[in-house]
Design a protein around this ligand. Sequence first.
Ligand SMILES: [Cu+2]
Length: 325
Amino acid sequence: MNKTMKCAAMTLLAAVLTTAGIVQAATINKTLNLRAITKTMSDGASVTFWGYTDTTTAKIPGPQVEVGIGDTLNLTLSIQGAMGAMEQAPYNGHTIHMHGADVITAEDGVPETGASVMGDTYTFSPTSNMAGSMMYHCHVHTVKHLEMGMYGALVVRPKDASGNFLNQITTSAATAYDYVQTYVFSTVDPAYHTATGDSTVFADYNPKYYLISGAEGKTTTAPALTLAAATNKKVALRLIGIHSVNGTFSIKDGSGVAKSFTVYVQDARSLPTPQTVTSLDVSPGQRYDIIFTTPSTSGTWYPQMTYKKLRDNSTYATAYGKVTF
Ligand SMILES: [Cu+2]
């Protein structure tokens, strides 16, 4: 067979495989930079953060990274200038740890198991049982660097036979959605942002700001994020817990009445039986993929996270999102 015939045969074979439902695999090359940024908080205080970004300005959280089932993600960390020496050794440098992703040790971004702390490329190829929400974060001086804002959403999505992302959480059609939004939960203790060297005792963690996707969202009239949906539609929320305290998530209407939602995926693994609930405890490191259906009459619901003390589970504060339909 000459080269032209071979190419034609391979093209035909590719067409047959596509027709047969073999999903086209893609390679996704994504580079994240690091930058510092000082934010003015709701009380007027200035707090410095370190953030991953795909531009030149820090993003808190970092950009959402998406990869399809069967794809290969090459996620590169590029460390520029002073960002490589924000702390003294052994706390200098940064990594990307894909939290919840099944990767070999060399791709895990953990310095204690040999990861470089001055930039690297991390490879992840998710299989079909891994669809859902994960996160990535720095694993150098982890408590401090997490606190500084070094985290973002990592989402594994199912694909159709042509290689396009499906608008459903997993390969199951029961998880199809009309709208989707990511809620990244995090807390901020400013004392950690100015601390140097070893972390203070974690029992002394004393957050002052409670974020959803980087915004405070202290009231329903100033929500952290909004979604304009429609009536009788399915809304998926990706809940990603990068906070350092306890938390309980719920969705309430304007009268404070809790609404039902269904949990399909926990920690990027499908639940054997989806669970319909009206509240959900989200602990640090946990992720849930949920779906709710908007009612037939227009209105506003408020997905919300109540942050609670580790010691006694008493309430610190609630941060709000908003969904109109
Ligand atoms: Cu770091």
